[in-house]
Write a new protein. Structure first.
Length: 213
């Protein structure tokens, strides 16, 4: 299993919970050294922000040159600036989701980044069912919205980091099992989408940059 570890969250930043530059630099350096043995972990600098990204990338590379580093540059539809996109090992933007046809727009955003930067691109936190808070779709949704979006992202040569919205809702919400543990069979919407993802080799066996000549 591969783990994408986010170092900083925009929620803390905008709540005023921040380290000064020296402390944050030290934290990134120490965390990077501490995780040296764990080669299945990649670093995502921020979840939805771009504060001092290049500084942090340099610190990670100075302490672990082989560590894969990415960043989610901003809210849905923010594809990042040229400097950070060129510095990162792969890209993880949050694609557009507050539209009536995100399944058309998001794959085109992924295709644009793939063509411009010639490196792997992950559709991070694609449009989802459930809460309209936290940047979720404002209109009613269907699992087929996400299935079509995921398929077209694969077709473009990108990847998908599936977002389960139980992590943004409380106990008692339709997406949250009583145990509090993610369960792909608990919610019919998520079950349908995750079953599709599990069948990638059936529906998109030759898609993705690793299969291209």
């Amino acid at each position: 299993m591969a783990i994408e570890l986010t170092l900083f969250a925009h929620e803390s930043w905008f709540a005023g919970i921040r380290l000064d530059n020296a402390a944050s630099d030290r934290a990134v350096a120490e965390l990077t050294r501490e995780l040296l043995p764990y080669r299945h972990v990649t670093f995502q600098i921020w979840n939805e922000l771009s504060e001092r990204v290049l500084d942090y990338v340099k610190i990670v590379r100075a302490n672990d040159p082989a560590r894969l580093v990415t960043n989610a540059p901003g809210n849905a539809g923010d594809l990042g600036d040229q400097a950070q996109n060129e510095a990162l090992d792969y890209l993880t933007p949050h694609t557009s989701r507050q539209t009536s046809a995100h399944w058309k727009i998001a794959p085109s955003e992924i295709a644009y980044l793939l063509d411009r930067y010639q490196k792997p691109v992950v559709d991070d936190e694609p449009a989802r069912n459930g809460t309209s808070k936290y940047g979720g779709p404002k209109s009613a949704t269907s699992p087929y919205d996400q299935i079509i979006q995921i398929y077209q992202v694969w077709q473009a040569g990108g990847y998908v980091n599936y977002h389960h919205n139980m992590f943004q809702t409380d106990y008692g919400a339709p997406e949250v099992p009583p145990s509090g543990i993610p369960d792909p069979e608990f919610n019919p919407y998520h079950q349908r989408v995750l079953e599709f993802i599990a069948l990638r080799d059936r529906y998109a066996p030759a898609m993705g940059p690793e299969k291209k000549p």
